[in-house]
Write a protein that binds this ligand. Sequence first.
Ligand code: T1G
Length: 689
Amino acid sequence: MTDLVKYSTAGDVAVVTIDNPPVNALSPGVPDGIREGVERAATDPEIRTVVVIGAGRTFIAGADIREFGKITSGEKPRDATSLQRLLQAAEDCPKPVVMAVHGTAFGGGLEVAQAGHYRVALAAAQVGQPEVKLGIIPGAAGTQRLPRLAGPAKAAEMCAFGDPVSAKDALTAGIIDRIIDGDLLEGAIAFAREVAGQPVPKTRERNARLAEPVDFEALRAAARKRLRGQEAPVAAIDAVELATKLPFEEGVRREQEIFQKCLFSTQSRAMIHAFFGERTVAKIPGIGKDVTPLPVSRAAVIGAGTMGAGIAMVYANAGIPVLLKETSQEALDRGVANIRRVYSGSVAKGKSTQDKMDRTLALITPTLSFDGFEQADIITEAVFENMALKKEIFRTLDGIAKPDAILATNTSTLDIDEIASVTSRPESVIGNHFFSPANVMRLLELVRGKATGARVIASCMELGKRLRKVAVLAGNCYGFIGNRMFAPYIAQALMLAEDGTPFEEVDQALYDWGMAMGPLAVCDLAGLDVNYRIRQEYKHLEKPGVRYPEVETVLASRGHYGQKTGRGWYVYEGTRAVGPNPEMREIIASYGRVHRQADREEIVERTVYALVNEGAGLLEEGIAIRSVDIDIVYLNGYGFPVWRGGPMHYADTVGLARVAARVKDFGWECAPLLERLAAEGGTFGKWVR
Ligand code: T1G
């Protein structure tokens, strides 16, 4: 036995305990350790049954994802024999093997559990096959055993979408045999004694459910729609369908072929990059675990507009009581009504319950005064983007907030240092830039000013996880990371339209490439008046001799602000675009710039490489710590396709020499870092400041 897996006995029951923190991944040594334990129990005459259980917070959470990079880079061959030998030993053990699940039995963890004869779980446990979120499919016979336990329809859905399944639903589906109340090990041992001596049900021989009717084509269509552009979901459905047509061993062989193809795909590399990236961004150089975050148990938000109300919901959804302040009863009532409307919508859709809605709403305290603000651990200002107003608020907060309170601003463009300068505690001031709708979008940009303290940063990082956000730390510049890069991206889209590429084609090209929305549709959603106002405010910063798009100015000057006025680039009925705005041809023609149409490849290159070039600048300036931070911003806040890994990872995939050459073809100033890495054959991913 390795120290990763321990063997013990409880009377006539052998207990095999996996102890590979933090998530009991199937790292090298773990499968062999479990197999050795099962084999030892099988040959011990004193033992009648076996329980396999995880130490710490979870059962096995899957293969060790860190191993995949070593395999795809050629550093080591993929060796699945240990895992396959474990599965066979568990299934062929002559004595009942009971898998005891708590936490998350995901991926290979659920596949190991499926090879057992029985599965019991705590009510709070979850099971799932989330491999598609890594661009792969289950690779340890999960697509062959799961349909035998849960039926092909449920198995195909789980393998295609990767969503977790509660223990209760897993019991209903036939994936687990019993939910254990109280101590899991005790319950599992008791269950094991109940089945001791009975014939062992081998999952691979349980074929009855394979005959259940399934519309695989409908599932593939649903997967293509919901996970547009991704290859693994359909591949997973194909593998499950094979389970209904082939003998088990042949099905496993075909699954392996499909798995291997997915593992070596560009999409999988990108999605594994994103998986680890979401965890890397929480690691801030110079702020180690010795910096203890401030406890946050009470919050306050100033401003009950779209953002303020959304932020208040974020806190309430995380179970944190929050004050929500406005300056007038009418504005406050409007904010609270919007919050109610959102929660009621969730209840109506069955995504929540009235009881949960009432309990969450009770955590939000609307107010017109600052009473109670002196107890708040974090106060977030979310008022109109006006520096004078924000300064006035921070002056007030400086006088009432408790000494170690975090003073956060939700500004999306204004200077954090200037805001902090009106307080006596600039070290407590930080940007908490949420993305609209704040209660939906996962991205939270934390913006550090010159004086922002390490403890405040560490506290907001930890709080971000509690708020179920992906928090990324940015330096203080115009637009921070996301919007700073989005400006040239949108500018290129506008200029392509001004030069004669049909604007619907610009949007369609990027949508088909994988973006959640076309850039011009995004402008309509955000509001053309927003861009127009920001353009006017920062016109003095525009570089002489550099071309800036003008077409949006005309649209806004005609009062066409996009969705909010029913007309922008597109004409809207409510929030639905019903067609292009017919005025656009005349407006664009009026510029006299129409002279060429770009093809789809150029549309994507001009817009996406504009992101990359600006991102390289952010890295060089230290606004973004690593290129993966930029990728995580774009994957979680701007609808960048996860299967392309983010703009910087995508550029690495294309090759920086190609990207730099095209940047120069377009006549842009190539960011020095991009130029340098392209010349050296380097990548953003390997670049370290
Ligand atoms: N392999 C390696 N490291 C992992 C890991 C894994 N499977 N899962 C988590 N970690 C690391 C993570 O990087 C972080 O590290 C720490 O553990 C805590 O994770 C054979 C081929 C289980 C729900 O996709 O969904 O099995 O940052 O911060 O929020 O067919 O981790 O501390 O250094 O996320 O409590 C399938 C992926 C793999 C599960 C826990 N399994 N993990 O969430 O903690 S493919 C998965 C998760 C496979 C089989 C196929 C979550 C979690 P660090 P965390 P958490």
